[in-house]
Design a protein around this ligand. Structure first.
Ligand code: YH5
Length: 273
């Protein structure tokens, strides 16, 4: 199976590691905006050396309870990083945003993938992606980003998340985005209790019925903290377990912070798949 994304075409017959590049202001540096751009670019290039075959660049934390970042600030964080990386990274660049204005600017700056936790539901998001050649990740969230963890409820998490992704896949197709440009993501931690996240990971194989590759993001998430009892900095082993399980259950892309360790773990999985 192929994933067509911008100037790249990823061969999804093997699993891929998407490395997370968070672009946040550097409170310890007095170098201003340029310093945080340089740090993010340096980090991104290190992730490629460590085995990332996609870089996911984000300027706003979508963690429950995180302070929203204004549009201008998000643009100032991510666009210079994409402009610097696009000619030199050698791997597709993904923009992690739900804001259509950021999608548009990121595509102009050289992004190859739009990674949208709202699955292109904001006004004009579908047409912006349709009028470009980028790939897109459509993710499930229950409720809004502000309230998603207040009281998530499912009768059947796997069935409900599947139905949502099928609807968004169809909406994207109708807008003119061919299926070869689309990957799907159950959205671990987004409007889900621990039991729902566990059910989704347990039932991950059934998402293959949607006919598109699955991307999974579990790296360092609080579900792992709940299962293991570890703080966010102590979740590497749990995160590796989650990536290995995900790929064994059919996921083609794992979105992670710890690229070197994950790439190595997935070599073991690939050998037996
Ligand atoms: C995802 O699953 N997640 S941002 C809370 C944490 C740790 C990490 C410490 N963007 C996803 O990574 N995009 C994010 O607790 C994503 N899939 C896709 N496609 C949240 C995140 C995180 C949150």
């Amino acid at each position: 199976m192929q994933f067509i994304c911008g100037q790249y075409q990823l061969d999804l017959s093997r699993p891929h590691v998407m490395g997370i590049v968070n672009v946040t202001p550097d409170s310890f540096s007095d170098g201003g905006k340029f310093a945080s751009t340089e740090k993010a670019v340096e980090h991104a290039l290190r992730l490629v050396e460590e085995g990332a075959s996609i870089l996911d660049i984000g300027g706003e934390s979508t963690r429950p309870g995180a302070t929203p970042v204004p549009l201008d600030e998000e643009l100032e964080r991510v666009i210079p990083v994409i402009e610097r990386l696009a000619p030199i990274a050698g791997v597709p660049l993904s923009i992690d945003t739900y804001k259509p204005e950021v999608m548009r600017a990121a595509i102009v700056a050289g992004a190859d993938i739009v990674n949208d936790v709202l699955a292109l539901r904001e006004p004009h998001a579908l047409e912006i992606v349709a009028n470009s050649n980028v790939g897109v990740c459509l993710m499930h969230v229950q409720g809004t980003l502000q309230t998603m963890q207040d009281d998530p409820q499912y009768a059947d998490a796997v069935a409900e998340v599947s139905a949502f992704l099928a609807e968004r896949l169809s909406a994207a197709n109708k807008a003119g985005i061919v299926s070869e440009r689309i990957v799907l993501d159950p959205g671990f931690g987004f409007g889900k209790r621990t039991i729902h996240n566990v059910e989704l990971l347990h039932g991950l194989e059934s998402f293959a019925a949607l006919g598109r590759p699955l991307l999974v993001g579990l790296s360092r998430k609080s579900i792992l903290g709940k299962l293991v009892g570890a703080d966010v900095e102590q979740r590497l082993y749990a995160s590796l377990s989650a990536s290995v399980i995900s790929v064994m259950k059919g996921a083609k892309i794992v979105r992670v912070h710890d690229v070197k360790a994950t790439a190595e773990a997935l070599k073991v999985v690939a050998a037996i798949l």
